[in-house]
Design a protein around this ligand. Structure first.
Ligand code: GLN
Length: 540
């Protein structure tokens, strides 16, 4: 087993996750089996209880793990299905150590960060690295370990110490340390400044880790002079200094690393498979798209695109497949509530398609309901995801069935006419990890419908879930009689998973989150449907 350990310096937001996944693409293109572990030094057990405002989207795995959004990057770039243990947090590692202490495993010893926590971190990495993540059942050849945060943070210190020790545990020749840093460009001539990188490498070396490779984020490609200077001051080979400068789309990142000789540094032949040449085609195809398709995203965190990262990626995958340049018009749901002449309304009216993504809580709900009504009444393509399915159903109950106070018990626990209700099996006291989570089957209830055709005609689809509320089963018959058909349900045949509206070009809602399984080159079917319909192309 080989390890690529990726750390970050200077500041956050340098695209460490994308860099690490891109290195994975190169390894994969050399025919190697790759897996990844993301370390998040926060004390939360998982990302499930964290607000998208603070930390971006909560990514959901097949096994129901609620994890950091970087795992989404790995799944998409490397076409993996990771498990919850591929995201290591301080919450998880300390619980494990404390449980072991209570059991008496360390009897007689003082339990300490070194060696007990650092050993537990190393054991975790070794155990999880072995698990197959590509569906082959074979153990991976390489594990990419990405350490979240920035070197120098107090909370990441135990991990850096564990990783320092790890190089001796598994052999220095089996580990490549990659440090991702920033090279700012200053002054009228655009001088590339190396000092921040010099400082962060010094800090890393002070902790006992010597980086083998530097990846420097900058606006322009690094000059040879900058590379030489960094090599001299940071104790790396100048051939091992890479630049990740601004590119038109992120699919260029693996290509740009390859062009600068990253595969030579790793000692691999990236042309062993077609992966990199397919990747090249996709990156250039995306650059050349001209005809725009406008999708209105009606949400709650619209000024923070990380909050909907997988939805954006899925729209992008689908847009490439239908040959359109994607333009997302962000609409803050509460802005629609105000007045019909607002900018929000004009964006909505000019969009080719409307998407209402998942969400929690009642802020902006009436705006989302209005967006669904607008799309339904004006034959505008609509995709509702999770909460987006729920609000469209509430709208339908109010304005078609005439149940004017229809709502969800999430917004009004004492609602007289709930169209959406709390699921019976869900905990009312614990918020962490207690939703209906992870991969669950949806069984099509009809032999033929648009969604089923989009999924290639299969009778059942497995998609990932994250919700506490569901469509009120008592209303299903009435809703269906009026034309909103629940064409997909769970194994019990009672819980609604997919709806389709009759006599509408494309009005689909899904209780699950299809965005977590979309891949570049293999767009998620509901997104593909939305993009086909929104660009005036024929649906299957
Ligand atoms: N808040 C809703 C529920 O819990 C929708 C969840 C979501 O959109 N992920 O059911």
């Amino acid at each position: 087993m080989k390890y690529v350990i990726v750390s970050g310096g200077v500041l956050s937001g340098l695209g460490k996750g994308v860099t690490a996944s891109s290195i994975g693409v190169l390894l994969k293109s050399a025919g190697l089996r790759v897996t990844s572990i993301k370390i998040d030094p926060y004390l939360n057990s998982d990302a499930g209880t964290m607000s998208p405002f603070e930390h971006g989207e909560v990514f959901v795995l097949d096994d129901g793990g609620e994890v950091d959004l970087d795992l989404g990057n790995y799944e998409r770039f490397l076409d993996l299905n990771l498990a919850r243990d591929n995201n290591l947090t301080t919450g998880k590692i300390y619980s494990k150590v404390i449980e072991a202490e209570r059991r008496g495993d360390y009897l007689g010893k003082t339990v300490q960060v070194i060696p007990h926590v650092t050993d537990a971190v190393q054991d975790w990495i070794e155990d999880v690295a072995k698990l197959s993540a590509d569906g082959s059942n074979a153990s991976p050849d390489v594990c990419i370990v990405e350490l979240g945060g920035t070197v120098g943070d107090i909370e990441s210190a135990p991990y850096l110490e564990a990783l320092r020790q790890f190089q001796f545990r598994v052999g220095r020749e089996n580990v490549t340390f990659v440090h991702v840093s920033l090279v700012p460009v200053m002054g009228p001539v655009g001088e590339q400044k190396t000092k921040p990188t010099q400082h962060t490498v010094k800090e890393l070396m002070g902790l006992g880790i010597t980086p083998d490779v530097l990846v420097c984020r900058s606006s322009k490609p690094l000059t040879q002079e900058t590379r030489d200077k960094l090599a001299a001051f940071c104790h790396v080979d100048s051939k091992a200094v890479f630049s990740t400068h601004d590119v038109p789309n992120i699919y260029h990142v693996p290509l740009m690393l390859e062009e600068q000789g990253f595969c030579n540094i790793l000692g691999i032949d990236c042309n062993k498979t077609e992966i990199l040449s397919d990747w090249k085609k996709m990156a250039h195809h995306l650059d050349q798209l001209e005809d725009e398709v406008h999708i209105a995203m009606v949400g709650k965190y619209t000024d923070l695109s990380d909050a909907y990262l997988s939805v954006i990626k899925s729209l992008q995958h689908a847009a490439i497949a239908v040959d359109r340049k994607l333009r997302i018009d962000w609409i803050e749901a509460s802005d629609i509530e105000e007045n019909k002449d607002s900018d929000a309304w004009s964006l909505l009216k000019n969009a080719h398609g409307v998407l209402v993504p998942g969400g929690f809580g009642d802020r902006g709900i009436e705006g989302k309901i209005l967006a669904a009504q607008y799309a339904r009444e004006n034959n505008v393509p609509y995709l509702g995801i999770c909460l987006g399915l729920q609000v469209a159903t509430i709208e339908f109950c109010r304005n078609v069935l005439g149940i004017s106070d229809a709502t969800s018990t999430e917004f009004d626990p004492d609602a007289a006419n709930p169209a959406v209700i709390f699921m019976p099996e869900i905990s009312k006291t614990h918020l962490g990890g207690t939703m209906r989570l992870g991969s669950r089957p949806t069984i099509f209830q009809v032999d033929d419908c648009v969604t089923r055709r989009l999924y290639g005609g299969q009778a059942q689809v497995d998609e990932r879930h994250r919700h506490r509320y569901e469509i009120n089963p008592d209303l299903v018959e009435q809703i269906e009689q009026a034309g909103l058909k629940f064409v997909g349900k769970d194994e019990s045949g009672l819980r609604c998973e997919i709806f389709e509206l009759e006599n509408h070009p494309f009005f689909i809602g899904v209780q699950y989150h299809p965005e977590f399984k979309s891949r570049p080159g293999r767009p998620s079917p509901p997104f593909l449907g939305l993009l086909l319909a929104s660009s005036g192309q024929e649906l299957p």
